[in-house]
Design a protein around this ligand. Structure first.
Ligand code: NAG
Ligand code: NAG
Ligand code: NAG
Ligand code: NAG
Ligand code: NAG
Length: 903
C-alpha cells in the first residue's frame, strides 16, 4: 500500500482566518523543475500528475519512482520538484520537457475546493554524458545511450565481477538505435540481482528509455542499494547494468548513482552546519584522471551565484578531498521548526542546500553532472525562552518581554494564581498582551503588561515598601501539531510606600505655626490656608520656610485666613484650617485645624475695629467678625457687652443695610437701660428683599442699678440657633478732680504730691461721669461733704445737701456751669462747684481733708424726671442750685477726692 502524499498543513493562523491568495510559480532549474505553491493557509494540497489526459494522484512511491518530490516549509508553502525526465513528462527529443500538474486545494465546509493546473515546459540541451540527481526521495541516473563501453562502468566495487565481460572493451561510441529493447536490469548489491524491467518497476524502480538516454531511478532506500564510505562520507550507492537486446545483438549500459547519507556528511556546531561532499565520488568516476570543472552551490534546487552565497553568509570551499558547504544556523533559505520534548521548548533548523558538480574524465572524454539536494535538519537546539522584566515600579505595571520563539509558536493562555486567562480574556481584564513578529527567524516575542491592581498580583506590605509579585504560567502551543508547553515566570518588584504629606501645627501667644511634612517623592499637593491657596506671595507673607523635608509657615491668629471663633472677656479664640489637596483629583489629602485661645483684653473701639490689648504690649485691631459671620453669634453670650455699650452708637450708626444697630437709652424708674438692637438684614435673603424684616435680630439691653448691671437679651425671631446674652457686670465710673482755677482747664494730678492749699484759698472741683459720651445722660450731685478721713468718718462738714448748697455754711459752695470745649464733649456729663474757703473748719480742722459726693445719673431729656429736676428751695440766698427728693433717688454713686492738705 502506498501512503498518500497528501499534505496536511494546518497552520493555525493566529490572525483572522482568511482565504489564501495562493501563488503558483514554476521554474526550470537545469535538469529539474520546481513548482512553488503557497501559502496554503492551512488547506490540504493534493498533487496529481497529468498523463495522457488523465490525472494520477501522486503518492510517495509514485513520486520516488517517477522523479517527483514534494517539500513543505512550515510557513505553509509547498515546493514540488520534478526531474525533467519524470515518468509523466512529455519529452520532445530530449530537449524539451513538459510536465503538467493538477493542484487541488481542499477547502473547508465553507469554501469549495480549488483546482489549479500547472504546466511547465523546460528546455534542456546541456546534457552531460551522465547526469545524476540525488533528491530527498529518489536517486536518478540518466545515461547517454551511446554504447558507453568501459566509461559507463564503475571500476568499483565489483571489480571481480566479470560475467558480463569487461565493459570497457565493449565500449562503442555509437548511439544505440531504437531497435534495442531493455531486456533485463542487473543490480549490483554488490551481489548481482537480475530483474526484468517489469519486475524492477514493480519493485519501485523507474526505468525508461528516452530517444537518446537511459533513465534509471531508484527510491533513496531500496533493497538493491548499498552503503559505501567515500572519503569517509557514507553514501547510498546504486549500480546497475541494463541489458538491451535487438534480435541477436545484446548490449549493456552501466548506470550508477551515489548519494550522500546525511549522517556522516554533515557536522553541526551550535551556530553552523557543515556539509562535506567527497570531491571524487569513486562509484561514479572510474579513472583517477578527472577534472572537477564546475562546482555550484544552491538552495532548494536553485543555484546561487557567489554574491548571493556571500550575502546569505554561506560558504563554499573545495579542498583536495572535499567540497565543503558551511551554513550558519538560521541563515536565509532555511527555516526553523519548534518542538516540544519533555515539556522543553526546542527548535531545529532545516535547509536544503544543493551541490552541483561537473567532472570531466580524461580517459573517456565523458562528463558527469552530479546534483544533490540534501535536506539538512540540525539536531534539537535548546532555546529556552526568557522572561525579561522591564517593570518600572513607579508605573505600577509589570512589564515583561517573553521569548524568543519561532513563528510557529502561539500563546494560548496565561495562568495566574487566581485564574486562567485566554489571550482575549487578558485584554478584557486590562492586561496587555502583544505578539511581536520579526523578519528575523525565531525572533518572535510576546510582551505582557499586568497592572499592579490586577488581582493576580500579590501585594505584601513591609516596612516602608510594598512588594508586588506575580506568578504566571504561559500556556503555549507549537503549530501545526498543537503541541502544548508551558513556561513559568515569576516577577517581583518593590515600591516604596507612598506616604502622603502631613500637616501638624500649634500656636503661641499670637501665631499659628504650621509644619507640613512632604510625602514620598512624587506626591503632588497644594496647600490651602483657610480658603486660600498658599501662593508664593502668601507664603512670603507667612514667613514660609522649606528645608527639603518639611516646610513651615506662621499665621498670625488675627490673619484674614484664620477664623475668629469667639471673643471672650480675656481671650480671642481663633481657628486656622489648613488642607493639603491633590491637584489632580481636587480631593483633600489631609485636613488640619488648630484652634487656640489667644490672651487678649478687649479694651475698646477705634473706628470700626475692636481694640485688643495683647500680651507683650501689643495692640491688636480687629474688625468685628461677629457681625460678618452670623453663625458666631451663638458665642455672643461670652462677650460682656455692657461695659462697652457707650461706644456702640459711635460704631454702628446705621451701617447701610449691613448692620442695623439702634441704641436706645431708656430711663425707667430707678433704672437706666441701654437697649442695643442688632440686626443683620438680608444676609441670607437673596433677590426678593421686599421684606424689610431683618433676618437676624438681637436685642441686648443693659440695665444699670446701684451696684449691678444686667444685660438681658431676647430674640424676637425664633431661630434654630438660640441667640442670647448672659448677665454681665457693668460699672458706672465717676471721677472727681481738683482744678487749679475756675477755668477748669488744668487739674491737679492724682498721683502727684499731696495737694496743699491754704484755708482761705477756694477749691474748684469737677465731677465727671466717665466713658459716657452721651448727651442724654446728665450727672447730678446729690450731696457733697468733707471729712478728715474716708467718706463715713466723723466729723463731717456738709457742702451740698440734696443737690443744693448747704445753706448753713457761711461760705456756701458755688456751682459753675459747664460749657463744651476740647475736653468736654457733653456738659451734662459733668458738674463743677467751688468751695470758696473752709470757713466752717477754722478751729477744729486737722491738716488733711477729703471731699466726697454722692452722684446720680439722670435722663437729661426728661423734664419730669423727679430725680433730676429739683429746685433748691433757698432761692432767697440767690444761690443757684437744685433741689430734689433724695429719698426717691436710686442709683446713687459715690465719688471722692484725694487728700488735700490745708494750712
Ligand atoms: C493513452 O491514452 C490512449 C487513449 O486514451 C490509450 O490508447 C493509450 O494506451 C494511453 N497510453 C498510456 C501510456 O496509458
Ligand atoms: C492553557 O494552554 C495550554 C496550551 O499551551 C493547555 O495545555 C492548557 O490546557 C490551557 N489551559 C486552559 C485552562 O485552557
Ligand atoms: C526640616 O525641618 C523639620 C522640622 O523642623 C525637621 O524635623 C527636619 O529634620 C528638617 N530636615 C532637614 C533635612 O533639616
Ligand atoms: C430706634 O428705637 C427707637 C425706640 O424703639 C425707635 O423709635 C426708632 O425708630 C429706632 N430707630 C431705628 C433707626 O430703628
Ligand atoms: C471743735 O471741736 C470741738 C470738739 O472737738 C467741738 O466741741 C466744737 O464744736 C468744734 N467747733 C466747731 C466750730 O465745729
Amino acid at each position: 500500500m502506498h501512503c498518500m502524499l497528501i499534505l496536511l498543513i494546518s497552520v493555525v493562523n493566529i490572525e483572522a482566518q482568511k482565504k489564501p491568495s495562493i501563488n503558483i510559480n514554476s521554474k526550470c532549474l537545469g535538469n529539474i523543475m520546481r513548482v512553488d505553491v503557497g501559502p496554503l493557509g492551512g488547506n490540504l494540497l493534493e498533487v496529481s500528475v497529468v498523463y495522457n489526459n488523465s490525472a494520477i494522484l501522486l503518492t510517495s512511491s509514485l513520486a520516488s519512482q517517477c522523479g517527483l518530490s514534494v517539500k513543505m516549509d512550515q510557513l505553509g508553502n509547498a515546493m514540488i520538484f520534478a526531474s525533467l525526465q519524470n515518468c509523466f513528462a512529455q519529452n520532445l527529443d530530449d530537449e524539451s520537457f513538459t510536465t503538467t500538474l493538477h493542484l487541488r486545494l481542499h477547502g473547508n465546509r465553507v469554501v469549495e475546493d480549488e483546482l489549479f493546473q500547472v504546466a511547465e515546459t523546460c528546455h534542456y540541451t546541456a546534457w552531460a554524458s551522465r547526469e545524476i540527481v540525488c533528491e530527498r526521495n529518489y536517486m536518478e541516473v540518466s545515461v547517454k545511450r551511446s554504447a558507453p563501453g568501459d566509461s559507463s562502468r564503475p571500476k568499483q566495487p565489483f571489480s571481480g565481477d566479470e560475467q558480463l565481460g569487461d565493459p570497457r572493451r565493449a565500449a562503442t561510441k555509437r548511439l544505440m538505435d531504437a531497435g534495442f529493447r531493455i531486456k533485463t536490469v542487473v543490480f549490483f548489491t554488490p551481489e548481482e540481482k537480475i530483474m526484468t524491467v517489469t519486475e524492477a518497476q514493480r519493485q519501485g524502480y523507474g526505468i525508461s528509455n528516452t530517444p537518446t538516454r537511459l533513465v534509471l531511478r531508484s527510491p533513496i532506500t531500496s533493497p538493491e542499494t548499498y552503503t559505501r564510505h567515500v572519503a569517509g562520507v557514507p553514501m547510498t550507492v546504486l549500480t546497475t547494468s541494463t541489458i538491451f537486446e535487438k534480435q541477436w545483438l545484446a548490449t549493456q549500459i552501466y548506470a550508477g548513482a551515489a548519494c550522500p547519507i546525511l549522517e556522516g556528511s554533515v557536522s553541526f556546531t551550535q551556530h553552523s552546519l557543515s556539509w562535506f561532499l567527497p570531491r571524487q565520488i569513486d562509484p561514479l568516476i572510474f579513472s583517477g584522471q578527472f577534472k572537477l570543472l564546475e562546482v555550484h552551490m544552491g538552495v532548494d534546487g536553485q543555484r546561487l551565484d557567489a554574491a548571493e552565497i556571500a550575502d546569505r553568509r554561506y560558504s563554499l570551499s573545495v579542498n583536495d578531498v572535499y567540497i565543503i558547504i558551511e551554513i550558519p544556523v538560521g541563515a536565509v533559505g532555511g527555516h526553523f521548526k519548534s518542538l516540544v520534548q519533555n515539556g522543553q521548548y526546542l527548535t531545529t533548523y532545516t535547509i536544503e542546500p544543493m551541490l552541483e558538480l561537473l567532472w570531466a574524465e580524461d580517459a573517456t572524454h565523458e562528463d558527469i553532472r552530479y546534483k544533490v539536494l540534501l535536506p539538512i535538519t540540525t539536531p534539537l537546539l535548546s532555546r529556552p525562552p526568557q522572561v525579561i522584566d522591564n517593570t518600572v515600579p513607579e508605573e505600577q505595571i509589570f512589564k515583561m518581554i517573553f521569548g524568543p520563539f519561532c513563528s510557529d509558536v502561539a500563546l494560548k493562555n496565561i495562568t495566574f494564581p487566581t485564574e486562567v486567562l485566554s489571550i482575549a480574556d487578558c485584554s478584557a481584564r486590562g492586561l496587555k498582551v502583544l505578539e511581536h513578529m520579526s523578519p528575523k527567524s525565531c525572533s518572535k516575542v510576546f510582551t505582557l503588561e499586568v497592572p499592579f491592581t490586577y488581582r493576580g498580583v500579590v501585594q505584601m506590605k513591609e516596612i516602608g515598601i510594598t512588594v508586588y509579585s506575580l506568578h504566571l504560567t504561559f500556556g503555549l502551543l507549537v503549530l501545526p501539531e498543537f503541541a502544548p508547553f508551558a513556561h513559568i515566570a515569576y516577577l517581583e518588584t518593590q515600591l516604596a510606600l507612598k506616604v502622603p504629606p502631613s500637616v501638624t501645627g500649634g500656636c503661641d501667644y499670637q501665631n499659628f505655626y504650621v509644619l507640613v511634612k512632604y510625602g514620598t517623592h512624587g506626591f503632588n499637593f497644594q496647600t490651602l490656608v483657610g480658603k486660600q491657596m498658599l501662593t508664593s506671595g502668601l507664603a512670603q507673607q507667612y514667613s514660609f520656610m522649606d528645608n527639603g523635608t518639611h516646610f513651615s509657615f506662621t499665621v498670625p491668629f488675627s490673619a484674614h485666613d484664620a477664623a475668629i471663633e469667639a471673643i471672650e472677656a480675656s481671650s480671642i479664640r481663633s481657628r486656622l484650617d489648613v488642607s493639603l489637596r491633590n491637584p489632580d483629583t481636587n480631593k483633600n489629602i489631609q485636613e488640619f485645624s488648630v484652634a487656640c485661645s489667644f490672651m487678649s483684653t478687649l479694651t475698646g473701639w477705634l473706628g470700626e475695629k475692636y481694640i485688643f490689648l495683647m500680651p507683650h504690649s501689643r495692640i491688636l485691631m480687629l474688625e468685628p467678625p461677629l457681625f460678618r459671620r452670623p453663625h458666631l453669634w451663638s458665642n455672643i453670650h461670652r462677650w460682656p457687652l455692657c461695659p462697652f455699650y457707650l461706644y456702640w452708637e459711635l460704631l454702628w450708626n446705621n451701617q447701610k443695610g449691613k448692620l442695623l444697630l439702634n441704641v436706645t437709652l431708656v430711663f425707667l424708674p430707678n433704672i437706666m437701660m441701654y437697649e442695643n438692637e442688632i440686626a443683620l438684614p438680608d444676609l441670607e435673603i437673596k433677590g426678593d428683599s421686599k421684606t424689610d424684616e431683618p433676618e437676624y435680630e438681637l436685642k441686648v439691653a443693659c440695665y444699670y442699678d446701684i451696684n449691678t448691671n444686667h444685660a438681658v437679651a431676647f430674640n424676637n425671631k425664633p431661630r434654630t440657633s438660640k441667640l442670647y446674652a448672659e448677665n454681665a457686670m457693668g460699672e458706672l465710673q465717676f471721677e472727681m478732680r481738683l482744678a487749679l482755677d475756675d477755668s477748669y482747664s488744668t487739674f491737679y494730678r492724682v498721683d502727684a504730691d499731696p495737694i496743699a492749699k491754704y484755708l482761705q484759698e477756694p477749691l474748684y472741683f469737677e465731677v465727671e461721669l466717665m466713658k459716657s459720651k452721651n448727651p442724654e445722660v446728665s450727672l447730678e450731685l446729690v450731696s457733697c461733704w468733707a471729712t478728715e478721713d474716708d467718706r463715713t468718718s466723723l466729723p463731717k462738714w456738709d457742702l451740698v445737701i440734696n443737690g443744693c448748697a448747704n445753706s448753713k455754711d457761711p461760705n456756701q459752695v458755688i456751682f459753675h456751669p459747664v460749657f463744651p470745649d476740647a475736653r468736654v464733649q457733653y456738659p451734662s456729663n459733668f458738674k463743677r462747684f467751688e468751695i470758696p474757703m473752709f470757713g466752717f473748719a477754722k478751729d477744729n480742722l486737722s491738716r488733711q481733708v477729703f471731699v466726697h459726693c454722692d452722684v446720680v445719673v439722670c435722663d437729661a431729656r426728661s423734664a419730669v424726671d423727679r430725680a433730676c429736676n429739683v429746685q433748691c428751695s433757698n432761692k432767697a440766698d440767690g444761690i443757684k442750685g437744685q433741689k430734689r427728693a433724695v429719698s426717691e433717688v436710686y442709683g446713687i454713686k459715690h465719688v471722692s477726692s484725694g487728700p488735700i492738705f490745708m494750712s
